[in-house]
Design a binder for this molecule. Structure first.
Ligand code: SAM
Ligand code: DTB
Ligand code: SF4
Length: 326
């Protein structure tokens, strides 16, 4: 063990220690995170995932950031669950464009049992294309988690979104504990956990510390940690908050710091730079890769908002000497 890894090994997920990491000089923090990164992951390599909204809008939850909540007036048109054929065609196109993982998202509080056969069919057929599969469908029962795992679902995405203290400012229709319960069911069914959150929702540094602490203190660290920067959507409470107070937008240096601390606390996890990448400069994205990001969503769309297209990403990867899906 060299000196750097000895220091890293001493880090325990204690809030005071996490605060000290955040307070390090920026370059020291990023260097330390990068040292952890290259010990656990291939160098200069970034996984490409594609997202598809398989059921859009009309959601019963009131997440303050979300275009898809029926509680907000974002103007989004609700759509029914896509057919498995249409989902498989989109997965095929994603694979042909170079994606290694296909993530299917549904705007539900939880799936209904009557939707399960179609969802299981999607999982089996997308997996048969040779893609890793991920779904995010809201809360799950034990039985639903087990049948998704049996069908071959590799990852389930369910975010804690923010710190336990800030959570009630963002969502009132389901509790932080509800989310932890679903994560337990996903884990018990044998699927890998994809769990992260959003930065720039008016939270404090202390909340970002509490958020990373909660992730690192899960019974096992999530295999995959999506870090989103809030995409402000007009008509949602948080989108309107950002329009009124642009200063609340997450500072890019603070975003990179949060990536770096996440990397140090969860050395083996994939860290995915998710929503918000479109408004980030190439230099900020490069700093995110340096600090520990090793996965992104590519393609023109996330769920309901735009994303950096494959061409822009190919150009960025060439400029930075990054390999996709090594
Ligand atoms: N309905 C499911 C659920 O919430 O569990 C799945 C879909 S939901 C859109 C997945 C995640 O996307 C949310 O937990 C949130 O972290 C992220 N997200 C949604 N809208 C966002 C926005 N406007 N900006 C940044 N991240 C967002
Ligand atoms: C996650 O944490 N980010 C992705 C994925 N999980 C499902 C979703 C981002 C959605 C951004 C807003 C939208 O496109 O509606
Ligand atoms: Fe529904 Fe998910 Fe949007 Fe919340 S984030 S309103 S649960 S689609």
């Amino acid at each position: 063990m060299n000196e750097m890894t000895a220091i890293i090994a001493q880090v325990t997920p204690d809030k005071a220690e996490i605060a000290r990491l955040f307070d390090l000089p920026f370059l020291d923090l990023v260097a330390r995170a990068h040292a952890v990164h290259v010990e656990h992951h291939p160098r200069n390599a970034v996984q490409l995932s594609t997202l598809l909204s398989i059921k859009t809008g009309g959601c019963a939850e009131d997440c303050g950031y979300c275009s898809q909540s029926a509680h907000h007036k974002s103007g989004l048109k609700a759509e029914k669950l896509m057919t498995a054929d249409a989902v498989v065609a989109a997965a095929q196109a994603a694979r042909d464009a170079g994606s290694g993982r296909f993530c299917m998202g549904a705007a539900w509080r939880e799936p209904k049992d009557r939707d399960m056969p179609a969802l299981l069919d999607m999982v089996r057929r997308v997996k048969a294309l040779g893609l890793e599969t991920c779904m995010t469908l809201g809360m799950l029962t034990d039985g639903q988690a087990e049948s998704l795992a049996e069908a071959g679902l590799d990852y389930y995405n369910h975010n804690i979104d923010t710190s336990p203290d800030h959570y009630d400012q963002v969502i009132t229709t389901r509790s932080f504990q509800d989310r932890l319960d679903t994560l337990d069911r996903v884990r018990a069914a044998g699927m890998a956990v994809c769990c992260g959150g959003i930065l720039g929702m008016g939270e404090s540094r202390e909340d970002r510390i509490g958020f990373l602490h909660a992730l690192a203190m899960l019974p096992a660290p999530p295999e995959s940690v999506p870090l989103n920067a809030l995409v402000p959507i007009a008509g949602t409470p948080l989108g309107d908050m950002l329009a009124d107070t642009p200063m609340a937008r997450i500072d890019e240096i603070e975003f990179v710091r949060t990536v770096a601390v996440a990397r140090i606390l969860m050395p083996a996890s994939m860290i995915r730079l998710s929503a918000g990448r479109e408004s980030m400069s190439d230099s900020s994205q490069a700093l995110c890769f340096m600090a520990g990001v090793n996965s992104i969503f590519t393609g023109d769309r996330l769920l309901t908002t735009g994303n950096n297209g494959a061409d822009a990403d190919a150009l960025l990867f060439a400029r930075l000497g990054l390999m996709a899906n090594p």
